[in-house]
Design a protein around this ligand. Sequence first.
Ligand code: UTP
Length: 407
Amino acid sequence: MNYEETLNLLSEYKQSHLLQYWDNLSDKEKEILTSQINDVDWSFLNSMDKSAPKKASLIQPLDALSIDNIKEQVISYKSTGIKAIQEGKLCLLLLAGGQGTRLGHDKPKGCFNMGVTKEMSIFSLLMSNTLKIVKEAGTWIHLYIMTSDINYDDTTEFFQANNYFDYNPEYIHFFVQELNPSTDMNGKILMNSPYSLALSPNGNGGWFSSMNKAGLLQKIFDSSIEWINVFAVDNVLQGIADPIFLGATIESGKMCGAKVVRKAFPEEKVGAICKENGKPHIIEYYELSEEMTYQKNDDGSLAYGFGVILNYLFPISRLKETLDNKMPLHVVKKIVPYINENKELIYPTEPNGLKFETLALDLIHEMDDCLVFEVDREKEFAPVKNKSGVDSIDTARELLKKNGYEL
Ligand code: UTP
């Protein structure tokens, strides 16, 4: 695209400010800027349109398999799960494309050191949890790792420098998710240099289509793999490739599985699993009415009392069927570094912009039903989201210690 064409395109979307530094750019910089503008999927701007009426929906509680129920069947679940792993039916997906802005660490979140007296990165903790199952099952499990253009090099170099944490590198497959522009609060795309847009990863829900674009899916479709265990990088107690979870999901005959924890208190800020119009759904804490927040089941437990921890089992066959469905983009207020009018790069401390993200919860909605699988939060849920306070490095370190880790 030449200057005129680029300007026409940008004018159409009211973004011509992106060319404000054009006259002072080198040829190379002009090329970078036009190519970034050319790559933008402008449909992201539609997600800012709040005028579309929201469909009426019926929200209902969804029962969970409790820790006590699981204990009763644990032998059977475990042997079903281990057998499925040995038959090559499971693969893993680590979602590590996020920017971790709340943590404010300048490297990928997985490289963050949880150790105090020794090196213990988040990646090393996750990989050692996975290796335990590999050893128990006596077979390697394919592990896909989603990164973004922003953290791909740092992530792959970290794995290489750490000898893949003793995992078989032939079973580790990195891929890159797409980026979307971030805007200010009024929908104007922010820039992080005079010749580049502030781009950020497009959320944690679009991984299946990103895997497809990376050419990874055909091999999975042609293999024995039936299930994919999807999990977040930022839970340092993450139970990965859990044979009991896999076995319980298979035995339940349900289409997918979601690990959940019992809410610590009714107002806890976690997404709660429920049904929407009969389909599995995750309702955000701010979407729950006061009545629903405190609503009880007959046994006195909270009706919307199970929070998701971003650890799911999805069936490959269903994902294949839904591959062409475009995931909705959610507008999320986040911190976006940008250049000010003096071309200085500013790192805000509070959310200053909008990111456009697909969310894993929309994938759940594509499933007919879901096994809700309760885990002990003290043993399996230690999120590292913030520098301090709730869900922070300190709270996660405490939980690691409680679980016998020497930091
Ligand atoms: P979060 O929603 O906590 O986002 O990600 P984040 O970008 O890591 O952190 P903040 O909000 O900027 O502080 C939950 C999980 O989803 C992954 C993250 O890596 C994490 O495992 N994720 C998030 C992606 O893989 N891609 C994304 O675009 C966003």
